[in-house]
Structure formats: structure tokens, C-alpha cells
Design a protein around this ligand. Structure first.
Ligand code: GLA
Length: 739
């Protein structure tokens, strides 16, 4: 519910357990008042210093700058006295930089605005939305900013975005327009961010916030392996289960900026948006610029509550695919089985064996097109390599569909190899700066997807294949980051628009793909998990999490990812051991448990598996289909922490991980435990469950016995896990509420 109290010009956005409050103060400045645990509607403006000199600008001209530098402003500008990080910054017709945004009007309405060309959240009939829009204007230039705040009443989240419009007489250059800025004064003094690398995505940092600016960002053209567009602000005592947690993410897949700034008065300015570094956007009179949406989540149920809110929000209000609530076909991908070294017979052999074991979708990965025997060539030439696949894809797809399986195909649409017909015909289609050598990465260049003719050329090639062979699934990869960011289609003064125009181009082509082929299952990927962000979820219900398929490493990667992204979207495969990324051996059974904490599949040569391992596959598939709805639609409670510091060892938290998915109506649950390292003389642990109904009884099978316990018992006392022998041993237990 959104309430406007006319007398104090205050807006209060209330969701199930949270309130977000802002107000218009003296001279029309928009200030942040409160965000946290839900409060009754009341005038809260006494929390601001607006009755106290020198903080009343209209009464104290000589100390005006003190007001700007201390007031908690909702969309702060640069240049007139707020020396903290700005949210909004542009260069006017004089070539100068200053902004003074003041309230003009507001509107409260039912529904959620759409964002043209950008992924965005949406309302549903079952869960409608309410929106507050506030129009601000910089009077000297005519620039306006329309701030938008949407709430879905059952979820403790606020969706924010800003639309900048040039209502002035001259062209201006926008230098930054963040999606949100919030000045918080509360108990949160620690910041959680996610860092990583190729094959080591989304590792956890939790550090005390010091005075100054703490930032993660990307200037790579994608959200990146290195940092994720996410941070959480928490109190030192916040745990997985309890305490305040404020989470921020961006529904965007390009350069981002995510920062917390502890200011001189101990107020924390939290911001997220498109990275202003190397960004500029020309706004002619009448033109608008729309920022991506930021998602702000508050939870008083610790990190777990924060994550569940993100998961539900994205599942219900962002992912569109027809596949989101469907059991996805269990796939087998040939990448780790063959890399580039395959032919028709080898693929048929893998498919035959996979089909016998019950695998439902065969995915042909990289190496099927041009003359691609390695990653040195052929990107951009999307026609089958007749040497490996005589007669093209059809003989293979005929064989696969004849086995009763579906067929999926890998593409890397945004890329071009120097050794390709496409590049030879259109060298200017690659992103580059004239007169400067082009930096290769994995031997390839990036196509200028800001240009419609470039996207169309790729689209025509993809469409030709989609219309001639039965392709049910596409893996859309992106294996390098951007360098020499220049476009032959833009004038010099607008080159900084390319970063964002590139992302809009990627969105445009993915939109075309999913709207023209609505039943297609699209999986995004970027050298593993470098573009695992909320923006991509709008187009694809699943995203490849990492090129590291080692089950132990995956515990960390999947834990980090689950902080703000739904597990149902995490592509997770059982692969061969020794693992190709780490050389580690883990039991086949455990690889299955870990991959089932996501969208389940296989990535190995099934023809080479031991009979013992292969025999486990039909049962793994049965369990995935029987219980996968809990991972897709249930609530996730992380029970362990694969990053557990040694300080936790005293509580025996070290060396294991566990999680449970509970149905929304709490009628069933799926619990998984993994003993990461076996400790001598410590072979029995009580693992307390979470999320169950304390009043109901649940039955589960353990060591061939059927056990019934109350939800309260299972949550207070736990399940005793015993006698797991060896590292990376685990168990999976399905619990059903007794009627
Ligand atoms: C990336 C992907 C892999 C695989 C290779 C193919 O690294 O993450 O899964 O598709 O490209 O080149």
C-alpha cells in the first residue's frame, strides 16, 4: 500500500513486513526518511533535520551547502554542494556540471510501468503492483527526472528506476543516471559483495564498512565473473536466519556500479546503477533516457529472508519463459565429453547411450559450425561443418528425435572470429577504435550489436537453422569482454553510448528469439557464469552458473549465486571425474545431489562411464522430476555455509553444507546434506531443518526406515546424519507432511 500524507508531504510504501518512507522537504527537495521494519502510517519527518538551522535552506542562505551535504536525498545531484556520490549528473549547454532537482508532481497508481527495450518486473493478476512516480526538475536547464517506485504487497521489495527527460531548449550530455540512491541511518555496518573469476564465480566477501566509498563494479561490457551486480548491507549480528539485511541488485547485464559510502555523519549512501565511468548519453530536446530497474529488498529474517524475497520476486515477476514452472528436460551437453573433437558417429553414440538412461535433451555445444576445430575461427559463420556433420544438422537431429530426445544447440551470436567469412565481408561490424590495434580475447572480436543490420545478419542465420531443424533449446554464450569500445555507427561525441547500446542490442535480439520461438528453452551463458544477472532472467529461465562443474566448488558458487538469484535458474551438471577444472574426485551420487540444487543435467561422455555410475542416472532423473518443483517453486533455506570461516568450527559448522527447499504451503520439503570434508571421530551431526510447519508432522525415509517427526522437532533438534564415510559424501531426504 502506498500512502501520501498531504500535510507533511510524505510518501509511505508498505509491504508485508517493511516500510519505505520519503518526503518532500523545504524548497521541494526529495529526502529519504526511513526504510526497514514495517511501521504504522504516521508523520515521520521529525527524523530529518528540517526544523534545525542550518538545515533549512529557505531560512539560511549563507549555510545552504550544509543542507545539501547532509540531507538524505533520494536522487542526489552533483555540483551544488552535495559532495557525496551523486546519482545524477549531466553537462549543460555551457559545458558545466550542476543539477538541482526539486519536486514538481507525483502520481500513485495500480500497476507497474513497462520499460521499453529493457528487462523489467511485471505485475500479475494474482499479485498486482502499486506504483509511485515522482517528477523532479532542474529548473535552470529544464531537465526532469521521473523517479518510479513499485511494490508488490506480499514481497518486501521496492523496484526503483529513473527516467531522465530533456525538457530544455538545448542538447545536454547525461553523464550518470543511477537507478537508485538511498541514505540509510541504521545498524548496518557490514557489506556483503560477490567476487570471482572464470570458473570461480560469486565467492563471498563480508567486511565492515569503513568511512569512504566501497564499491564493486564492471567496466567489461557484461556483469562479469569478477563482481556481481549485488550487495547487501547487514548488521554485525545478522545471520542466515535473523537480523536486518538490505539487498540491492540491478536488472541489467552490462557495466554496473554498486557502492556504499559511509559519510562524515555516519549515514550510509547505498547506490546501484549503470556504471557512470565511460558512460555518456546525448539527450536532444524532448529525448528521454530510461535507467534499468534496481531491486531493493529488506528482510528482518537475515540473509535467508533476503534471498527468498529476491527468488520469489524474480520467479513471479521477472522470468517470463513458458518453462519457468515446467519440469525442464534433463539434458546432456557434449562440451566436457568431446570439446571440439567429435563427428556424427561419436555424437550418435553418446545420444544412444543417454537415451537408454532416460536423458531427454541432447545439447550440441561449440564446434559444430564453419571449420571450427578449435576456438581460433568461424564465429559468425553459423552453418554446420560438413566435415564433422555430413549433410548438416539434419542427420543428427533425425537420429536424436528418433530416440525420443529433444535437440539443443550452442551459439555465440555476439562474436566474430578474425578467420570467418562474416569478418572478411564486414570488418567494420566488429567493435573497434579506428587506427588502434584490436585486442583479441579467445581469438575473437565482439560484434557491434548496437547496429540493427549486424543483429539482423546474425538473426537470419539463426532463424534459418531454427526453421529447418527441430531445435528445442539454445545455449547463448558470450566468451569475451569488450575492448577498444568504438562503433563505426556513432559520431565521436556519442561513442560513450556504445556500452549501453550494445546491451540494448543483446536484449533486442534475445527478445526477438523468445517472442518468435516462445516454446524455445533459452539458457544464457558467458564463459561460465559471467552474465548471471537479473537482466538475463527476463529472457532465459536458466543460466549456466560456471565452467567449474566440480561438486565441491559448485557448493560455493551456487551458495553465492543463491544470495540474490533463484536456484531454479542455476544451470548445474553432473560431469566426469577427475573434474576438468580441479582434478578432484567426488562420488557420482554427490555430484547428482549438488547438480539437483539447480537446473539438472549431465555434461560427460556417458559411453565411458562405469556401469556403477551409469546405473545411478535413471534414479537421479526420477528424483529430479519428482522433486524438482520444490527447487523451482519452493522456498530455499540455506542450512550450512560452504564459506564457513574456521571461527565457526567450534559450532561444527565447518566442513559441511546443507539446504532445504520447502513448498510454499509447507506440505513437503527436500533436504540435502553434503559432508565436504570427513572429520575423524566426528561422524554424527544433528542438522536442524528450517521453514517447516512446527505444528505438522513430516515423514521421511532414512536407512530403510520410515521416520515421522513434528516440524518443531525437526527444526529444533534436527535430523541426525551419521556414518558418511569420506569427503564429499551426502544424502538427500524428501519429507512429506502427514495429512
Ligand atoms: C564457454 C561455456 C562452456 C562452453 C564453451 C564452448 O566457456 O561456458 O560451457 O560452451 O564456452 O566454447
Amino acid at each position: 500500500m502506498i500512502t501520501h500524507i498531504e500535510a507533511c508531504r510524505q510518501f509511505q510504501l508498505d509491504t508485508a513486513h517493511a516500510s519505505y518512507v520519503l518526503t518532500v522537504v523545504d524548497e521541494g527537495y526529495l529526502a529519504h526518511v526511513y526504510w526497514g521494519k514495517k511501521l504504522p502510517v504516521a508523520d515521520m519527518t521529525d527524523l530529518l533535520r528540517i526544523d534545525e538551522n542550518p538545515f533549512v535552506p529557505s531560512k539560511n542562505e549563507r549555510d545552504r551547502s550544509s543542507f545539501f551535504d547532509t540531507t538524505p536525498l533520494e536522487y542526489p545531484c552533483a555540483g551544488i554542494g552535495d559532495y557525496r556520490e551523486a546519482a545524477f549528473d549531466f553537462v549543460d549547454a555551457h559545458g558545466c556540471r550542476a543539477g538541482d532537482l526539486r519536486y514538481v508532481s507525483h502520481r500513485i497508481y495500480d500497476g507497474k510501468p513497462t520499460l521499453e527495450g529493457l528487462p523489467h518486473t511485471f505485475a500479475t493478476d494474482a499479485e498486482p503492483a502499486e506504483t509511485l512516480e515522482i517528477l523532479l526538475q532542474d529548473q535552470p536547464t529544464g531537465m526532469t527526472v521521473l523517479l518510479s517506485y513499485t511494490i508488490f504487497p506480499q514481497l518486501d521489495a521496492v523496484i526503483r528506476s529513473a527516467q531522465v527527460r530533456n525538457d530544455g531548449p538545448a542538447a545536454y550530455m547525461l553523464n550518470r543516471a543511477l537507478s537508485c540512491s538511498v541514505d540509510l541511518e541504521n545498524e548496518c555496518s557490514e557489506m556483503i559483495t560477490l567476487y570471482g573469476s572464470w570458473a570461480r564465480e560469486r565467492q563471498l566477501d563480508r567486511l565492515p564498512i569503513r568511512h569512504g566509498k566501497q564499491r564493486v563494479d564492471s567496466l567489461r561490457g557484461e556483469s562479469s565473473h569478477q563482481y556481481s551486480p549485488f550487495f547487501a548491507l547487514v548488521a554485525p549480528q545478522t545471520t542466515e536466519q535473523s537480523g536486518s539485511a538490505y539487498g540491492f541488485t540491478l536488472i541489467y547485464s552490462g557495466n554496473f556500479f554498486a557502492q556504499a559510502e559511509m559519510t562524515q555523519h555516519g549515514v550510509l549512501r547505498a547506490q546501484i546503477g549503470i556504471n557512470p565511468d565511460d558512460f555518456a548519453w546525448e539527450l536532444q530536446p524532448g529525448a528521454t533516457f530510461q535507467t534499468p530497474e534496481a531491486v531493493l529488498v529488506y528482510s528482518e529474517e537475515g540473509l535467508g529472508g533476503m534471498s527468498r524475497c529476491f527468488h520469489q520476486l524474480f520467479h513471479k515477476h521477472l522470468i517470463r519463459s513458458v518453462w519457468k514452472d515446467r519440469s525442464r528436460p534433463v539434458l546432456i551437453n557434449n562440451w566436457e565429453a568431446t570439446y571440439f573433437n567429435f563427428d556424427l558417429e561419436k555424437l550418435k553414440g553418446i545420444a544412444d547411450c543417454a537415451a537408454k538412461l532416460g536423458i531427454e535433451l541432447f545439447v550440441l555445444d561449440d564446434g559444430w559450425f564453419g571449420h571450427r576445430d578449435s576456438d581460433n575461427c568461424s564465429l559468425g559463420d553459423w552453418s554446420p561443418d560438413e566435415r564433422k556433420l555430413p549433410g548438416g544438422l539434419k542427420p543428427l537431429t533425425d537420429h536424436i528425435t528418433g530416440l525420443g530426445m529433444k535437440f539443443g544447440l550452442w551459439f555465440e551470436p555476439e562474436m566474430v572470429s578474425p578467420d570467418s567469412d562474416l569478418y572478411r565481408a564486414h570488418p567494420d561490424w566488429a567493435i573497434q577504435i579506428p587506427g588502434r590495434p584490436m585486442t583479441q580475447c579467445r581469438g575473437q572480436y565482439v560484434l557491434d550489436f548496437s547496429r540493427a543490420e549486424v543483429r539482423d545478419a546474425i538473426w537470419q542465420q539463426m532463424k534459418q537453422l531454427l526453421d529447418t531443424v527441430p531445435i528445442s533449446y539454445i545455449k547463448w554464450d558470450m566468451n569475451r569482454q569488450l575492448t577498444e569500445v568504438g562503433s563505426a555507427a556513432l559520431p565521436a561525441h556519442r561513442q560513450k553510448e556504445l556500452w549501453h547500446r550494445y546491451v540494448l542490442g543483446v536484449y533486442a535480439l534475445q527478445e526477438k528469439l523468445v517472442t518468435n520461438y516462445p516454446d524455445l528453452l533459452l539458457e544464457n551463458c558467458s564463459g561460465g557464469g559471467a552474465r548471471f544477472d537479473a537482466g538475463m532472467l527476463y529472457y532465459s529461465p536458466q543460466i549456466w552458473s560456471s565452467d567449474d562443474t566440480d561438486a565441491k566448488e559448485r557448493l560455493r558458487i551456487q551458495y553465492g549465486t543463491s544470495l540474490f538469484l533463484p536456484p531454479s535458474a542455476m544451470g548445474a551438471h553432473v560431469s566426469v571425474c577427475p573434474n576438468h577444472a580441479t582434478g578432484r574426485n567426488t562420488p557420482f551420487e554427490t555430484r547428482g545431489y549438488v547438480a539437483m540444487n539447480g537446473t539438472f543435467g549431465y555434461e560427460l561422455d556417458v559411453t565411458q562411464l562405469s556401469a556403477e555410475d551409469a546405473a545411478q542416472i535413471p534414479d537421479q532423473i526420477r528424483r529430479y522430476h519428482a522433486w524438482g518443483h520444490l527447487v523451482r517453486n519452493g522456498l530455499q533455506y540455506r542450512l550450512g555455509n560452504p564459506f564457513a570461516p574456521s571461527a565457526c568450527a567450534a559450532q561444527m559448522q565447518d566442513g559441511w553444507d546443507a539446504w532445504i527447499y520447502v513448498a510454499e504451503d509447507r506440505s513437503e520439503a527436500l533436504f540435502t546434506f553434503i559432508q565436504m570434508t570427513a572429520d575423524p571421530n566426528l561422524r554424527s551431526r544433528r542438522i536442524r531443518l528450517a521453514g517447516l510447519d512446527p505444528e505438522r508432522h513430516y515423514t521421511y525415509a532414512w536407512n530403510a526406515n520410515t521416520i515421522t517427526r513434528s516440524g518443531a522437532y525437526l527444526m529444533q533438534c534436527g535430523i541426525r546424519i551419521q556414518n558418511l564415510w569420506g569427503d564429499m559424501k551426502g544424502c538427500q531426504i524428501h519429507l512429506t507432511a502427514v495429512q
